[in-house]
Design a protein around this ligand. Sequence first.
Ligand code: ZN
Length: 257
Amino acid sequence: MPFPFVYRVPRSIPDETLVALRMKMVQITTDLMKCKKEWVGPDFFRSALNDPTNPDEGCGTVLIKLETGLFDGRPDDDPQVQEVLKALTDAVWKAFGGKYEVEASVASWHPGWKFLRAPGQFDCRMPGCGGILSGETFPMQTGCHSYSPCRACTACGRVHSYDGDLMFGRAGHSPFLRDGEIELVLEPVDLASGKQYRTTSQLFIETGEDCKYDNLPKGKLLIFEHMDEETFCFTSSEEVGVGYRLHRGDVNFIEPI
Ligand SMILES: [Zn+2]
């Protein structure tokens, strides 16, 4: 039976976070190791001391040890072992806000069965990229006089926010960092008429034929109808006869259902 134990849990992590993480770890382990939920026994061991503040006090790395006999006899580079360790590492890393390095291994330190994720190491959000974001930030102009710290993907250059979300220009362009310069690319939009979409962020948009303005909350359901010159026309599945007009920039903040 698999027992994923998490050691060196920082003292600042509340019980509620660990309760939610326990369920997530049970799900991951049952999905990837093809076993019953009742078999999985995650547990957490809080650090007895506060986080180290300098290297003399050692590292703040969180350690996952997976105690199990189910991998007995597997080769060093067994893909299922790697997959389980990576998924558990990512779940703990995310639950602790990406602030701590997380290392996972199968108990007894089988040499090939290890996975490590450094703090602040976000995945690129571009579909199919698979790269990670740079640990270094750079300032990008986000308003007339304001700048925000951003991170670029080390593989494709796509610019993300400090917290790892995709950034967009005002007119909907996607910024890429290439050779130290920001390059703006307008990616094609492919919406299907009659298909339902959901807003992924609050949007301030035009509504109806007479162009009143409205705040659309995050999670609002919209049905794409047609293009009207440069604007994307939607209706609501909840309000009869109400239409919304989205500009190219707004369309980055909807997702198909
Ligand atoms: Zn990328």
